[in-house]
Design a protein around this ligand. Structure first.
Ligand code: AP5
Ligand code: ZN
Length: 218
């Protein structure tokens, strides 16, 4: 299974990716998590990416495309993969198409902007694993601690309201057009075209998970 999870910042991509990767036994490839790991490690990529991410803008297509091309060469991707937060521009999507990277499904999780703001302010993450919680909607078993390791949860620096608004604008301008891009490809009848499914992303995490599983025939 090779799939793309498409959705606004805070749509629940990371939350749902956790279920999908287990169900299909495929790695989650989150470009956001990869960049945050580079920031933490203090690599040249991380140093360059931090300013861009904190401003709510997008890292350059060339950097991201190379990062993903290298990642999907690894052996754990032989059975498939789940892209989370990638592609998020037409050139990124086109680069995958040009490289002949097969995609079975594009899952678009749709959440209104007003809901996004509420979600981001309460988000807490476990940086080492990428596991995501919400203080009200999806709380950890012990306040402030990761369910699996018991380690501290933190807030992402780009989750302050001004930056969230910028990220939403960037999403509408640069990423949302991918829905039309993949819909047009799906309608072309080309054998390699992915199937595109739209999932309303408001409701319980479990209900959304079940809708995604059903759409994927799982
Ligand atoms: P990235 O890490 O990809 O962030 P994003 O796309 O903005 O998405 P988020 O991780 O914020 O949200 P999510 O959809 O995963 O939601 P989550 O499950 O956490 O990118 C960060 C930055 O890196 C970018 O801004 C850019 O600078 C750079 N970057 C990354 N990829 C790039 C690329 N391809 N090209 C260029 N630059 C790139 O859920 C959010 C909250 O809501 C959580 O608290 C969760 O518990 C809660 N929640 C989830 N589901 C529900 C529900 N059903 N009901 C209520 N609450 C819910
Ligand atoms: Zn995420």
């Amino acid at each position: 299974m090779r799939l793309i999870l498409l959705g606004a910042p805070g749509a629940g991509k990371g939350t749902q990716a956790n279920y999908i990767k287990e169900k299909f036994n495929i790695p989650q490839i989150s470009t956001g998590d990869m960049l945050r790991a580079a920031v933490k490690a203090g690599t040249p990529l991380g140093l360059a990416a931090k300013k861009i991410m904190d401003a709510g803008a997008l890292v350059s297509d060339d950097i991201i495309i190379n990062l993903v091309k290298e990642r999907i060469k690894e052996s754990d991707c032989a059975n498939g993969f789940l892209f989370d937060g990638f592609p998020r521009t037409i050139p990124q999507a086109q680069a995958m198409k040009d490289a002949g990277v097969p995609i079975d499904y594009v899952v678009e999780v749709d959440v209104p902007d007003s809901e996004i703001i509420k979600r981001m302010s309460g988000r807490r993450v476990h940086p080492a694993s990428g596991r995501t919680y919400h203080v009200v909607f999806n709380p950890p078993k012990v306040e402030g601690k990761d369910d699996v390791t018991g380690e501290e949860l933190v807030q992402r620096p780009d989750d302050v309201e001004d930056t969230v608004v910028k990220r939403l604008n960037v999403y509408h301008e640069q990423t949302k057009p991918l829905v039309d891009y993949y819909s047009a490809w799906a309608k072309s009848g080309e054998a390699k075209a992915p199937k595109i499914v739209h999932i309303p992303g408001v409701g319980s995490v479990e209900n959304i998970r079940d809708q995604i599983f059903r759409a994927l025939g799982a």
